[in-house]
Write a protein that binds this ligand. Structure first.
Ligand SMILES: *Cc1c(COP(=O)(O)O)cnc(C)c1O
Length: 404
């Protein structure tokens, strides 16, 4: 697709469009309350990121059980591996089932034992993951289940939010995950005892840090300036295309993370910005879902392309479509035409966790063929409302031609 989209760049995920009036100073911004109402729970703990939420949860759980092993999908956000390492715990990678975001159930059972602290099923890309299998395996060995719902705010099963089935769950309010405080996290726990433990750990290990709050506040204000098609080409598209020209896909998707995980409170002003944004979230998610339902059908008709969808009865969130192609060559051919074209095509995480050079010391060597195949054959297409029907059709036709 030859397009010059410098002044009409589509973001890779459906971010809730920010509003200037969200930024007004005021005292009415109770983010924890708004989030709890949205999720349908009594209490939500606000943290400075999804990663920080995981660090708090793992730290509290380790203190309760003394166990050390944390089982995560071999294909997930590198920050999850870094969070486990930050806590001084042992990372165990579980391969995925073929062509799926879910754990390979047999591999999961083999990996878990009396030292397993927690299993982390992950609702990747807004899809509703299999938590029941993780719960069954965890119950066998006495481990906790933490649902990673970083990409799944708004995903529901039988009308109930994801993240509430396991012992704990967390959501991310980072840029690109939907509703954002530039960085932020929401942590929930099913039982009061665990909630109290999370709150105690947070008070102990998460300080107020003026420098970080100032930096994040300026970044959030900047986000309100540039998050529009006319300016995203400068803020997102140009650095993306530079990274692609340099042959650096990790930089292109922003997958290169530092092991120094910032831990600090999320300040009042950013919380009130997030709280105001929550008022618009249900309508926005409904519009995204309606658009996804309609556009999903287009991919169902293309041979050689699989759209990752939800189990029957589940209603995930749709920040983007996660598409799996026949093989890496075909996927890469599609990316050559579409990634960098400004139309909202991108990739999720570039590698399975063992294949990031910078994670070597943390992750080590593992034989995880399905996770590797998933990384090599998938691409993402934005479900932003700014992606119009004509452009969507052109993208789908391009993918169809390449798949054929
Ligand atoms: C983004 C992400 C995280 C980390 O959340 P942050 O808010 O960016 O720290 C964890 N898990 C998954 C699957 C993610 O996509």
């Amino acid at each position: 697709m030859a397009t010059n989209r410098l002044f009409s760049e589509i973001p890779p995920t459906a971010g809730l469009p920010p509003r200037w009036r969200d930024l007004l100073p005021s005292g009415d911004g109770d983010l924890a309350r708004r989030a709890a109402d949205f999720l349908g729970v009594e209490h939500v703990q606000v943290e400075c990121s999804g990663t920080a939420s995981l660090v708090v949860a793992l730290t509290a759980m380790h203190r309760l059980s003394g166990r050390r092993a944390v089982v995560v999908p071999a294909y997930t956000c590198p920050l999850v591996a870094l969070a486990v390492a930050y806590c001084g715990l042992e990372l165990r990678l579980c391969d995925l089932a073929p062509g799926s975001i879910d754990f390979d159930a047999a591999a999961l059972a083999r990996l878990c034992d009396r030292d397993t602290l927690a299993i982390v099923p992950t609702h990747l890309g807004g899809r509703v993951a299999d938590v029941a299998t993780a719960k069954a395996v965890a119950a066998n060995v006495g481990a906790f289940v933490i649902e990673d719902a970083a990409q799944a705010l708004g995903a529901r099963v039988d009308g109930r939010s994801v993240g509430l089935d396991g012992d704990a769950g967390f959501f991310s309010l980072a840029v690109g995950k939907g509703l954002t405080t530039f960085e932020g996290g929401l942590l929930v726990a099913r039982e009061a005892a665990l909630r109290d433990a999370f709150a105690r750990v947070s008070r102990e290990i998460v300080p107020f840090r003026f420098g970080w709050e100032l930096k994040r506040s300026l970044q959030l204000a900047g986000y309100h300036v540039v998050y529009r098609p006319s300016l995203l080409g400068l803020a997102y598209g140009m650095p993306l295309r530079r990274a692609l020209r340099a042959g650096d896909p990790i930089a292109a998707v922003g997958d290169g993370f530092s092991p120094d995980i910032p831990l600090h409170t999320l300040g009042h002003w950013r919380q009130s910005v997030g709280a105001r944004a929550f008022a618009r979230l249900p309508d926005f998610l409904a519009a995204c879902t309606a658009q996804a339902q309609q556009r999903k059908a287009r991919f169902a008709s293309i041979a050689g392309v699989d759209i990752i969808d939800d189990p029957i009865g589940a209603n995930g969130a749709w920040p983007f479509f996660l598409l799996r192609m026949r093989d890496e060559q075909t996927r890469d051919a599609a990316l050559r035409e579409l990634w960098g074209a400004g139309v909202g095509v991108s990739r999720l995480f570039i590698h399975a966790l063992p294949d990031y050079a910078y994670l070597q010391a943390v992750v080590g060597e593992h034989d995880v063929p399905n996770a590797r195949a998933f990384a090599a054959t998938t691409l993402t297409l934005s479900n932003s409302p700014w992606l119009d029907d004509a452009t969507f059709d052109a993208i789908a036709s391009t993918i169809e031609r390449i798949a054929a």
